[in-house]
Design a protein around this ligand. Structure first.
Ligand code: CP
Length: 306
């Protein structure tokens, strides 16, 4: 039966298996092995928002697996304007084997996924970024050798698709999570409740606070852009609210000495983080971007073998 990945919850019991397969693929390709897992398969990439990492990593990843990718931008496809998400889903399902969709409206993503007869992957919507959390967990495992028992700290705009995915993904793999932000920018209650439910069963901590000193036990520190497309009109207010949460080296120094810094990119230097930290000795950001490709390759193989 086809499976969609609209949320990290859709693969909640397979996260570590996918990550470990990502490591295998990375190792194989770096050792010169030619892969043919998805020979003759085609991926449709639908983007209604700009992208560098997601587009390039999916396209190159599909090529490395022996398959092919077709790019469809919002001006060509015009979902909901030129034709419905349902019709696009039905037609694309006859051409391609798997679809990745970065939607402006989450309703369109869910409608397309409902009608597609092939698996649909969320390439980031207003609520979640499941591919990014997979890559981030892979990167953490690469640096720390494990996931279980680590302390993950997010600082910045907590009411953000990535923070939601961190709340779910970190607890699912046995990590404690702390979100540090101005009270006006705490994560949506729904995602905090979901994370708390997972955490309770595993005896983990989910902490939402405005106290920057809550960084002190962090093994991983991360942030994201403060102003995403959906909130551009509120830019000035967000900047004012979050001005004390820019990650500087002084803030990093409050955490464990071997803590790593992560960021999904793109970065707005001087807003959520300073360049000295983003490209400093604790930074894992470039490897994190690379791991998008390996873990998404693993995910596509997994989805197309079911
Ligand atoms: N992190 C991420 O999703 O990057 P892009 O927006 O460039 O795809």
């Amino acid at each position: 039966m086809k499976k969609n990945v609209l949320s990290i919850l859709g693969i909640k019991d397979e996260i570590e298996e996918i990550i470990d397969f990502g490591f295998q693929l990375k190792n194989d390709v770096k050792n010169g092995k030619k892969l043919d897992y998805l020979q003759g398969k085609t991926l449709a990439l639908i983007f209604e928002r700009a992208s560098t990492r997601t587009r390039a990593s999916f396209e190159v990843g599909m090529t490395l697996l022996g398959g092919h990718a077709v790019f469809l931008n919002k001006d060509d496809i015009k979902i909901g304007e030129r034709e419905s998400a349902e019709d696009i889903a039905l037609v694309l399902s006859r051409y391609v084997d798997i679809i990745m969709y970065r939607a402006l409206k989450k309703e369109d993503l869910h409608e397309l996924a409902k009608h597609a007869t092939v698996p649909v992957i969320n390439g980031l919507d207003m609520d979640e970024h499941p591919c990014q959390i997979l890559a981030d967990l892979m990167t953490i495992k690469e640096h720390k050798g494990r996931l279980h028992g680590l302390n993950f700290v997010f600082i910045g705009d907590g009411d953000d698709n990535l923070t939601h995915s961190y709340l779910l993904g970190c607890t699912l793999v046995g990590m404690n999570i702390t979100v540090i932000s101005h009270k006006k920018h705490w994560p949506s209650e729904y995602f905090v409740d979901q994370a708390n439910m997972i955490a309770e069963k595993k005896n983990l901590r989910v902490t939402i606070t405005d106290d920057i000193d809550a960084i002190k036990d962090a093994d991983i520190i991360t942030t994201d852009t403060w102003v995403s497309l959906w909130y551009e009109k509120e830019r000035q207010q967000i900047m004012a609210d979050l001005k004390d949460y820019t990650i500087t080296q002084d803030i990093m120094n409050k955490a464990k000495k071997d803590a790593i810094f992560m960021h999904c990119m793109p970065i707005y230097y001087g807003e959520e983080v300073v360049k000295e930290v983003a490209h400093g000795k604790q930074s894992a950001i470039i490897g994190e971007a690379e791991n998008r490709m390996w873990v998404q390759m693993a995910l596509m193989v997994k989805l197309l073998s079911q």
